[in-house]
Design a protein around this ligand. Structure first.
Ligand code: ADP
Length: 260
């Protein structure tokens, strides 16, 4: 533990004693370190695409006689990198809004079956295009008290990860069961999985298993942090199990309410 010691002399003119104040500042230190890491990470994550955009713009400015094909290639890179920065700032704003409780919580009654069915529909096309089978069983007829936009985002983050990290001919399965006042939602995939050493960190902001892999898939390392924040705001929890080369299962538990 890191201790902060503060000693004060008591008694006027002639000291009659000392008071020592000892505080454990380990937690404070940790928080500050996390904040420093966070700022360094954001700066780095923005600087990389910005540097690349800048250099491509400069190249376009310098060579007026660049052929059409090269111009197009350069503009594609600029477009790609700009999209990355847009995604990153969106994720950041969402996460900080959630963490600072700024994001309004519009609580309503959510029917789990309809919520999950429409979520699956949003991914049906991209799954088919990717050659991945998206399977869902009948969802239970229960209700949740929560914010629909946030809950949509939660499922979207899990399904998009599952699809992102599952190669062609794989399978993504979404299931839900309800018992004793809670809904258990699982998103299971037969994808590339996560190495054991990385497992404890995947819910941390900006944590990505493999930088090269993430860049290719366009991840920001914020998806699971956002998912956890949303689950917790709904009084629930989220956990993840994975086996490299076999697949990943994410489990979300949310409290249900009596539907009226
Ligand atoms: P990202 O936006 O980079 O996907 P996340 O916070 O959603 O960030 O995930 C953190 C890391 O966990 C990712 O870099 C990815 O490597 C890994 N990951 C998340 N979900 C899966 C999954 N279903 N299969 C394999 N790896 C995953």
């Amino acid at each position: 533990a890191l201790l902060n010691v503060h000693v004060t002399k008591i008694g006027h003119k002639q000291p009659q004693g000392y008071v020592a104040l000892i505080r454990d500042v380990t937690e404070q230190e940790k928080l500050q370190a996390a904040r420093r890491d966070f700022v360094a990470n954001v700066s780095h994550e923005l600087k990389t695409p910005l540097t690349s955009v800048k250099s491509y713009i400069e190249a376009l400015q310098q060579y007026n006689d660049t052929d059409e094909e090269t111009r197009k290639r350069f503009l594609d890179v600029i477009d790609h990198e700009t999209n990355r920065m847009v995604r990153l700032t969106q994720d950041l704003l969402q996460l900080s809004g959630l963490e600072m409780r700024q994001e309004p919580f519009r609580a309503g009654l959510i029917h789990a079956r309809e919520w999950l069915e429409t979520s699956v529909e949003r991914f049906a096309l991209s799954a088919r295009q990717q050659g991945v089978t998206l399977v869902s069983d009948a969802f239970p007829v229960v209700s949740i008290r929560g914010d629909r936009d946030m809950l949509d985002r939660l499922v979207d983050n899990l399904l998009s990860n599952a699809l992102k990290y599952t190669p062609r001919d794989g399978m993504v399965r979404i299931r839900a069961t309800a018992e004793s006042d809670q809904l258990t939602l699982t998103v299971e995939d037969t994808g590339i999985g996560i190495p054991e050493d990385d497992l404890p960190h995947v819910f941390e902001r900006f944590y990505t298993v493999d930088k090269a892999r993430t860049r290719k898939f366009g991840g920001t390392g914020l998806g699971l942090a956002i998912a956890r924040e949303i689950a917790e705001r709904h009084g629930g929890s989220i956990s993840l199990a994975s086996e490299p080369e076999h697949g990943t299962t994410v489990t979300v538990i949310l409290p249900t309410v009596e539907a009226r």
